[in-house]
Design a protein around this ligand. Structure first.
Ligand SMILES: Nc1ncnc2c1ncn2[C@@H]1O[C@H](COP(=O)(O)OP(=O)(O)OP(=O)(O)O)[C@@H](O)[C@H]1O
Length: 276
């Protein structure tokens, strides 16, 4: 199938993607696919370009070369609003607008669906209510976001992304600030929504254990390219730990669930001793 052939809703295809900030190339030719209904975890060291890749995938940045195709449509040809109707991005945290309530923030997720005068349409309130219920923040609807804790805000921001009601969901470190209980709840919710609504999910995770447990596939970035791509069972290896994540260690299995579990060594070896 050629990259531009029409495909089912929710397909993301990235071809030869290059991007840099002034004086620094970040992505040097990324190729990857995310299939409809797939849940893919994106991993890699700090600064390797994961957030940049999500921003390019959401149409918020324009590639220097290559393409991001959504169901065969080049994101570069879509307006911001058209892109936001099809792809929702949970950014890394942004400071809340003082005094803005949870309900108001979640409604911001509906901006892409608004008419020319910015009026909410029939159904927008129901979509927002469902998004708040999805991540269990309904009880805070009238509270100012800046009165919430970091973890509570993170869940509200996820509700805002869900309120965009898109088939494709891009999540940049959705578990940031959350305690273990809420990390697992959010990841379970994402997995449930994927199953129930057929969402395509690409999410940045730093916890390889979470990635191995929840993702269908793990994609690892290194040196501006995809360094590993496959199901957790195949990708989570001592080689991945050393070559992509910069730690030495062993990989075992969860005795109940069977997913890969990493046991990093302590103390860390010197970087020059890691990759051979
Ligand atoms: N607006 C910007 N201007 C200049 N450089 C930037 C900008 N945004 C990001 N960078 C740089 O681009 C590189 C990739 O950043 P990016 O945020 O995509 O990395 P990341 O893999 O998401 O990192 P982290 O795991 O720390 O969140 C980093 O070196 C970063 O310093």
């Amino acid at each position: 199938m050629t990259p531009t052939a029409p495909r089912a809703q929710g397909t993301v295809q990235i071809r030869g993607l290059r991007f840099g900030y002034p004086g620094r190339e970040v992505l040097s030719g990324v190729d990857m696919d995310v299939e409809p209904g797939e849940l893919v975890a994106l991993v890699g060291l700090n600064g390797c370009g994961k957030s940049t890749l999500l921003r390019l995938s959401a149409g918020l940045l324009r590639p220097a070369a290559g393409r991001v195709l959504l169901d065969g449509d080049d994101m570069a040809g879509l307006s911001r609003r058209a892109a936001a109707r099809r792809v929702a991005l949970l950014h890394q945290s942004a400071p809340p607008v003082p005094g803005m309530t949870v309900r108001q923030l979640v409604r911001q997720g509906r901006y892409a669906a608004r008419g020319p005068l910015g009026m909410l349409r029939d159904g927008d309130d129901a979509v927002c209510a469902r998004a708040m219920a999805d991540v269990d923040v309904t009880a805070w609807a009238d509270r100012p976001v800046d009165s919430l804790s970091g973890g509570e805000r993170q869940r509200v921001r996820l509700a805002m992304a869900l309120a965009q009601d898109t088939r494709v969901l891009l999540l940049d470190e959705p578990t940031t600030y959350l305690d273990l209980r809420h990390q697992l709840e959010v990841l379970q919710t994402v997995a449930r929504l994927r199953a129930e609504r057929g969402l395509t999910v690409l999410m940045v995770l730093h916890d390889l254990g979470h990635a191995a447990r929840f993702a269908d596939r793990i994609l690892a970035l290194r040196d501006g390219r995809v360094a590993a791509d496959g199901p957790p069972d195949e990708v989570v290896t001592p080689g991945l730990l050393a070559e992509v994540l910069g730690v030495a260690g062993r990989v075992g299995r969860d005795p109940v669930g069977g997913w890969p579990v990493c046991y990093p060594d302590h103390p860390l070896p010197a970087p020059q001793d890691l990759v051979k």
